[in-house]
Design a protein around this ligand. Sequence first.
Ligand SMILES: [Zn+2]
Length: 252
Amino acid sequence: MRWTDNHCHLGYGKDAAPIDEVLAAARAVGVERFVNVGTDLATTLRAVEVAEQHRGVWATAGLHPHDAKEGLGGLEDLLTHPKVVAVGECGLDFYYDNSPREEQCQVFATQIGWAHTHDLPLVIHSRDAWDDTFAILDSEGVPERTVFHCFTGGPSEAERGLERGAHLSFSGIVTFQSATDLQAAAALTPLDRLLIETDSPYLAPVPHRGKPNQPAFVALVGEAVAAVQNRPVEEVADATWATTENFYGLRS
Ligand SMILES: [Zn+2]
């Protein structure tokens, strides 16, 4: 089986292991492709550099809602880099409110516009902000390729995303025994609209919960999805590989 981790943050965290080692550990268990996500200008520049240096690694360019107050300067220029495959992660986080909501909404709208202008996928982070997230998407127009990363909603939010043509990306949370609503959402998501991720170094899946996460663990997410969909793991591995390749346009 081969797997893609469609959302990780390589090198994040002060005790991060060397990226070479992290990638080697992942490849050893069949995780061969990595979308390394930027969250502001500095991390995007670093993500592009890592993508240039390692096979099977791509980058995204975007401003996280936590950092909305930093402004978007310099980011749009990076969207034309050949290793940059998406805009984001961007969106709204009304749980932490690390940036004023008005600025979060503005920079989210601008980045949706970039996805349209540059014909790139949009990677959305949404926490405690479903109504505003959908409202801004509807007013700016939902990009043809849109993913809700680390999707944390239940069946009704899943339906709201799917009916807009979006993809849903499931993280290690789907392995948590208490996450029954999220598991119900994963059960109803068609495999051609479903991606898996680690969001490492955050949100390690069971049985690594509470420890630093790494792309090598993405198969545990795939296994949890297979369990709730009552399918063989191989089918989920094949489907998520192909869905992710098509979504981002990954080529070798
Ligand atoms: Zn992330």
